[in-house]
Design a protein around this ligand. Structure first.
Ligand SMILES: [Zn+2]
Length: 284
């Protein structure tokens, strides 16, 4: 079972009229002002999954600042999950500082969505290390045993449109505040895995997973081998960041990384299946 843990789709009406969303949504405008920046519908995602040999995808809505836009996107994800059962695991999104955020997440989990995310603090106007801001959603995730997926960025290196000010120490602070929370730090957690070589950090991050979304744009392909040696294969999730990258390209990179069949299997879908089934709070 191959599971891509990091893909994005939009309702077709948002794709058709993207310029209308930009005045109120800075992060969205930054990423999608260029008409060549691709946005995909659920149908396009399914077609790409078929081409790439992906059985199931975790599907994330855009981290809008507006609750109303998140609601529209969440409803579209829930609809898509119903239309392609077993292929789409939708995650719910809501701007944590919005008074209606927790109620919206509860609505979505009731509709069968499987997690929360991708939260992007720099887009949604909150600080990941601000416990009060995150608590309502973190508590819901804990209660329902679902993961929360968060966009983290590297504090060093080249600039790009999605590079944010939310760097590894913010993710670490979150994990320390909510030890029972199942966390998925996107984009290799901005480099957080390296610090798991510190025993106390390793213990604080017992509930953390890392996805490889956009990895070919960020890291040398050696990152898979290095990450497995630090973390073990059980904390790593294959993610593409489709439509930014094709899942097939990312798959091929993992398959050529020199890992064992068991390691590759865990990363490509075994770990994801365990998380989505709600089994075991901690990867290790
Ligand atoms: Zn991201």
């Amino acid at each position: 079972m191959i599971i891509d843990f990091h893909t994005h789709i939009f309702p077709p009406e948002m794709i058709a009229d993207r310029a209308r969303l930009m005045p109120e949504e800075d992060w969205f405008a930054k990423l999608y002002r260029d008409p060549a920046a691709r946005m995909a519908s659920a149908k396009e995602l399914i077609e790409e999954m078929d081409r790439s040999g992906v059985d199931r995808a975790v599907v994330l809505g855009f981290p809008f600042r507006s609750l109303d836009l998140c609601v529209k996107s969440n409803s579209y994800l829930a609809e898509a999950a119903g239309r392609w059962p077993g292929r789409i695991a939708g995650f719910a999104n809501a701007p944590p500082l919005s008074p209606g955020a927790a109620a919206e997440i509860e609505r979505c989990l009731g509709l069968g969505l499987k997690g929360i995310g991708e939260l992007v603090p720099d887009s949604q106007g909150f600080d990941l290390a601000d416990t009060g801001a995150v608590r309502p959603l973190a508590k819901l995730a804990e209660q329902h045993g679902v993961p929360m997926l968060i966009h983290l960025s590297e504090p060093v290196g080249h600039g790009y449109k999605g590079k944010s000010g939310t760097t590894p120490e913010k993710g670490y602070a979150l994990a320390r505040t909510f030890p029972g929370l199942k966390l998925v730090f996107a984009h290799w957690g901005g480099g957080l895995p390296f610090y798991e070589l510190m025993p106390e950090v390793r213990s604080d991050l017992a509930g953390a997973y890392y996805d490889s979304a956009a990895s070919p744009f960020l890291y040398d392909a050696k990152v898979f081998k290095v990450a497995v040696s630090i973390l073990g294969p059980e904390k790593i999730l294959f993610g593409s960041d489709f439509p930014l990258l094709s899942p097939l390209r990312c798959r091929r990179e993992i398959e050529a990384a020199g890992l064992s069949a068991a390691e590759t299997g865990a990363i490509m879908g075994g770990n994801a299946a365990r998380i989505l089934e709600g089994k075991s709070g901690n990867p290790a």
